[in-house]
Design a protein around this ligand. Sequence first.
Ligand SMILES: *Cc1c(COP(=O)(O)O)cnc(C)c1O
Ligand code: SF4
Length: 335
Amino acid sequence: MHIITDGLNQTNSSWQQQLNDLITQPAELAELLQLPYAAVSQAAGDQFELRLPRRMLDKIEPGNLDDPILRQFLPQAQELTSPPDYSSDPLDETSTNPVPGLIHKYHGRVLITATGQCAVNCRYCFRRHFNYQENRLRGPAWQGVLDYLAADDSINEVIFSGGDPLSVSNNQLARWFSDLTKIAHLKRLRIHSRLPVVIPSRIDQGLIHTLQQAGLQCVLVIHCNHPREVDGELRQGLSQLQRAGVQLFNQTVLLNGVNNCADTLVELSESLFDCGVHPYYLHLLDRVQGAAHFDVDEGQAQQLHQQMRARLPGFLVPKLVRETPGQPNKTWLHI
Ligand SMILES: *Cc1c(COP(=O)(O)O)cnc(C)c1O
Ligand code: SF4
């Protein structure tokens, strides 16, 4: 595996060391967590690589295949067969991909697929089949993105998504941000990342500095699915970001066997708000091949959402949404 490194990060590389030392072998995962070897599917791992930072092991109960943290990352044989309505591109992103590296679906904002790399591979990920090779942001592709943005002054927000945009170095981020700052109609920079949750040391001084220097309003949307993913190190990192003026939100995917339980969802909202994070979206699963075992049906989702509303202040209730291709926004499923 190759991580982009340069200057600044070499002196402060603890997150990069963790990223270079992921668990990727099913047999190793089975051994470390005392799981039956047959329970970790090599064939599923061949389709979509196992990737898990070692520090996540502390959050998983050994020997428990139903552990809600493990379930999100465990390659399972069930992934190899999917119902017919599960597709490899459930959101039809290839048709809204005007230039490599950029997806423009919604008014006013574009999404940039900054890198194909993630610190964890979540088995339910809707981009598990996305063609990142054709969407790399090197050289001419990045210039193409800048030209596209400069030519459309209805766009005021750029969203860095992935893969995980925070898997690249701070210097690379700084170069991207500095080019964007020159486009006068851009107001906001948004980063969608799971890295702070799985490797909190990613929130280093260099990142904070880079965001402060960006000259645009900065929004970070983390991706956290279960209260056990929140720990002291994450809390500390997030409070630094908050002090630096970064607006913090969370998105969660509603997952069968992980968080389809009102108590868990309520606790998740509460513990994230303790870290200064506001709930944003609770997503229904995108029907991507290999992820059917995570599906929670719409009726159950709506019931859970009602239970959350009955127990939490309004500002701690995320919007329950599904993404429907062809729609001008995510579809709200509130009843
Ligand atoms: C989800 C998404 C966005 C962001 O939508 P918001 O409702 O603003 O969070 C932007 N572009 C694409 C392609 C998306 O899938
Ligand atoms: S971190 Fe995000 S982009 Fe990466 S595998 Fe998980 S859900 Fe997908």
